[in-house]
Write a protein that binds this ligand. Structure first.
Ligand SMILES: *Cc1c(COP(=O)(O)O)cnc(C)c1O
Length: 380
């Protein structure tokens, strides 16, 4: 008897999304920066405690906007982990700056902070990190190095909305941080993103770069009497249709997060005996962190087990997946980056990591099926 497929991820449907979309179309303000943009931005400020947030068309565009704000260009270097999403690297490569890939730590997959300091050169301008799975790494050391060398810190917080480190919200620690609202993320708008500008001096320029390099935002606030081309820039602001969906999702943030945490906690408890017996490491959350239940991962004993358990689960109608092929050895990574020391942990981590289905909407029966399916696998 074949059971219905349990997908890896499924975009959440929020209660007000259709009403919000109708409101936008009926009110007629469909381009960006209307009432839903304002409302969604305020909800993001309430969650993060940040003062300066701008919605963008994607997390990728927020990363590109970050690079523009930091004036990155040829001759500059940016240090980042080899185990991250390509957008973080693209945002550097597009400016002509060089990426310096460093390895990760083997438990949570975050950058190995001890490797950053020894790879800072006179060209280094910034450090770009990701809070993998919405779990902060050794941020004390990252921040210390950034401050000691006067480097900007960019947080890719696509996984970490609402997560904390030592009581501080993720996304409020670096000069700049980004969020993604792609429909695989906890909160989504189909496609969408945001930039959090924690260095207030960058905010005025961030507004202009986001609006085609014009001072249109100041014009709309009545601060200038006509708007002109003032800087480089692009069109990074989302339509109100996107903001309307985002706003309806953010209105249910606590509900969505509680649902995801319930799944995460069920996996963690339900798989612990199996994992111990089979030499599998389950995702853990270190002291002083609150995570976001964005992903639940397991590290299998070998790469062969990674392949085999994904196939085993597929036969049971459960879609599990690996994550992040390391960037340093990818075709573009070789072209646009350099890797001073081989990123062996990153390669090993990537070759053994398996992520389980996790989305608000999964039923208790589906969660059980995943736990049973995983537990019925024995490593080779
Ligand atoms: C999804 C994601 C991005 C890109 O966000 P988009 O909104 O899809 O452009 C960047 N970094 C990480 C870590 C992501 O997971």
């Amino acid at each position: 008897m074949s059971q219905p497929i349990i997908s890896f991820s499924r975009p959440y449907r929020s209660a007000r999304e259709l009403d919000n979309l109708r409101d936008v179309l009926e009110l007629g303000h469909v381009h960006g920066d209307g009432p839903f943009t304002l409302s969604a931005t305020n909800r993001l400020k309430a969650i993060t405690g940040a003062d300066h947030i701008l919605l963008t068309t994607s997390g990728t565009h927020a990363l590109e906007l970050s690079s523009l704000l930091l004036d990155l260009g040829p001759g500059d270097e940016v240090i980042m982990p080899s185990f991250t999403f390509p957008s973080a690297a693209n945002a550097i490569a597009l400016t002509g700056a060089r990426i310096v890939f460093v390895d990760i730590e083997p438990v949570n997959g975050n950058v190995d902070a001890s490797l950053i300091g020894r790879n800072v050169t006179s060209e280094t301008k910034a450090i770009s990190i990701v809070h993998y799975g919405g779990v902060a790494g050794d941020l004390a050391e990252v921040v210390r190095i950034a401050e000691a060398h006067g480097l900007a810190l960019i947080e890719d917080n696509a996984h970490g909305l609402g997560g904390t480190w030592q009581g501080r919200q993720l996304g409020t620690i670096g000069e700049l941080a980004i969020q993604s609202f792609h429909d695989t993320k906890n909160i989504h708008a189909g496609e969408g993103g945001a930039i959090i500008v924690n260095d207030p001096e960058l905010m005025g320029r961030a507004e202009m770069l986001r609006e085609k390099g014009t001072n249109r935002s100041r014009f709309l606030r009545g601060q200038v009497d006509k708007y002109t081309w003032t800087d480089i820039g692009s069109s990074f602001l989302p339509s109100e249709l996107v903001a309307a969906v985002l706003d309806s999702q953010l209105a249910e943030f606590d509900h969505i997060q509680a649902w995801r945490h319930r799944i995460w906690n069920s996996y963690s408890a339900g798989l612990s005996d199996w994992a111990l017996a089979q030499d599998v490491s389950l995702m853990t959350i270190p002291e002083g962190r609150e995570h976001t239940a964005h992903i639940f991962f397991m590290l299998m004993p070998t790469h062969a087990d990674q392949t085999a358990i994904i196939a085993h689960l597929r036969e049971l109608g459960i879609v599990a997946t690996f994550h992040y092929v390391p960037l340093d050895s990818s075709a573009a990574g070789l072209k646009y980056g350099r890797t001073p020391e081989p990123a062996l942990v990153s390669e090993d981590f990537s070759s053994r990591l398996v992520r389980l289905p996790l989305w608000a909407g999964m039923t208790d029966g589906e969660i059980e099926r995943v736990i049973d399916g995983v537990s019925s696998y024995s490593p080779r």
